[in-house]
Design a protein around this ligand. Structure first.
Ligand SMILES: Cc1cc2nc3c(=O)[nH]c(=O)nc-3n(C[C@H](O)[C@H](O)[C@H](O)COP(=O)(O)OP(=O)(O)OC[C@H]3O[C@@H](n4cnc5c(N)ncnc54)[C@H](O)[C@@H]3O)c2cc1C
Length: 432
């Protein structure tokens, strides 16, 4: 059994690692190193996350167990607690904002309390249909105007009412009014949110993670797959190479798949998916003043930046000079002048070292995207072509969700008992 995995990001490398035990697996990656979105570069100033500032946390026990099989948790990672803040005016308020109402100016705090009472009394209201309604119905107009609307408008650059709620499932706090009041009275640290606690490598950031997971795999680096041809006997050929693959796992952008397959082999579902939108990011790598903050969110529309990730606070190894390092996140395509202007005004004496832009960083789902992807997956799977990962499945996955999806796929393909939290492939499932 030969399997080609297209894409050497966390999804492709994880599934290749899982299937390697039962098949002859080759990973094709167009870049000269593995990692995709989680790649980092070592610069004289320190470790540069080319996108985001990736930290690891797994909600699923099976994903966690699989991941830690490859690492020495205590020896190779720091275990950290999130210390995030929101920049409101000149003040920094705790994150999540709804749990730190007591840090707001008294009049604003009183207005929020009135909003929350109104929400609690409106028991018969219809459930939210979209992201904007959800924010308004959960936090009320005062917090929405101060933080949730401007921050999310900056991040998503689209009408928030066009975003279906399912897209952000598991990413959003969904507190009831009682939860918010309790958190403020008791001043408890929240524990339930994604990355409220997280792991971060002592050396090398997320590049360390992917390099370790890729060890021992058969990698074809700097090899872009531009053609995927199905032969008469149902096998696949990649870029007209002679090797015949029984199965292909595709982890690239689903919108690019039609071009690879050619007109005669392109399922009609792919047509509908061409209009899907993404959001890109420009990451500005900077020196900054030393801080214990992990993330600083910047909702103020007067800044173009949406957050600062203090990657230098995650591991001291990330700082190579006397100053700490961080990344400041901007929208894709932000001008150099706008970036310089923000760096000058944002706190922490920021000093620009390098910038990197990624056009496709976040996927934006439409109301029918999940259904269309599910149909496409079924059609392609019958031909031996499987979709996996953030851009192939068009899901707002974090690294742990990519690994979970890889486990499910490896399980379905019949690789050695890859079960995800109790969901196991049928016993008779065999790879051949
Ligand atoms: C700003 C930001 C911050 C984030 N922070 C975190 C975080 O802190 N923690 C966390 O867990 N997750 C985080 N994530 C999510 C995480 O980055 C993704 O879930 C994950 O990296 C997606 O991996 P993937 O393998 O599915 O896709 P990708 O990383 O996009 O990998 C796909 C790979 O396929 C290759 N490829 C595509 N087409 C072809 C082709 N035709 N031929 C050959 N190669 C091809 C690409 O070059 C790429 O390497 C963040 C995401 C963003 C945008």
């Amino acid at each position: 059994m030969r399997i080609a995995v297209i894409g050497g990001g966390i999804s492709g490398i994880s599934v290749a690692r899982m299937l390697k035990e039962v098949a002859d697996v080759t990973v094709y990656e167009r870049n000269s190193n593995v990692g995709g979105l989680i790649r980092c570069e070592e610069l004289p100033a320190g470790l540069y996350h080319l996108l985001g500032g990736h930290v690891f946390n797994a909600q699923s026990p099976d994903v966690s167990a699989w991941f830690w099989r490859h690492f020495d948790r205590e020896g190779e990672f720091h275990h950290l607690t999130r210390n995030a803040r929101i920049l409101l005016g000149n003040s920094q308020v705790g994150y999540p904002l709804e749990n730190h109402l007591y840090q707001l100016p008294p009049a604003q705090c009183a207005a929020v309390v009135q909003d929350l009472i109104a929400i609690a009394q409106d028991a018969g209201r219809t459930p939210p249909a979209n992201f904007r309604d959800f924010l308004l119905g959960t936090f009320g107009p005062t917090l929405c105007e101060a933080y949730f609307f401007p921050y999310n408008a900056k991040l998503w650059r689209c009408d928030l009412s066009s975003i279906p709620l399912g897209w952000l499932e598991g990413k959003l706090p969904m507190p009831l009014v009682a939860d918010i009041l309790r958190a403020n009275v008791l001043r408890q640290a929240e524990k339930g949110m994604v990355h409220s606690q997280f792991f971060y490598p002592r050396h090398g950031g997320s590049q360390f993670i992917i390099d370790r997971l890729a060890t021992g795999l058969s990698l074809r680096l700097s090899t872009e797959v531009s053609r995927l041809i199905r032969t008469a006997d149902g096998c696949w050929r990649v870029n007209d190479e002679p090797t015949a693959y029984d199965r292909v796992v595709y982890t690239g952008d689903v919108r690019a798949l039609g071009r690879m397959l050619g007109a005669s082999d392109t399922p009609p579902e792919l047509g509908r998916l061409q209009a899907l939108r993404t959001r890109g990011i420009t990451n500005a790598f900077c020196h900054c003043d030393s801080t214990a903050i992990s993330w600083l969110y910047v909702p103020d529309a007067g800044y173009r930046a949406n957050r600062i990730i203090y990657t230098g606070a995650f591991s001291p190894e990330n700082n190579r000079t006397g100053r700490m390092t961080c990344v400041v996140e901007f929208a894709y395509g932000e001008s150099g002048a706008a970036i310089a202007g923000d760096l000058h005004r944002l706190p922490g004496n920021l000093e620009l070292i390098a910038t990197n832009s990624v056009a496709d960083a976040y996927v934006i789902q439409e109301h029918d995207t999940r259904e269309s992807i599910a149909q496409l997956k079924a059609t392609l799977k019958a031909r031996g072509l499987w979709l996996l990962g953030r851009f192939a499945e068009w899901e707002y996955y974090n690294m742990d969700k990519c690994i979970g999806a890889a486990m499910q796929l490896a399980g379905e393909m019949g690789g050695r008992s890859w079960c995800l939290d109790g969901r196991c492939p049928p016993a008779e499932s065999k790879l051949r």
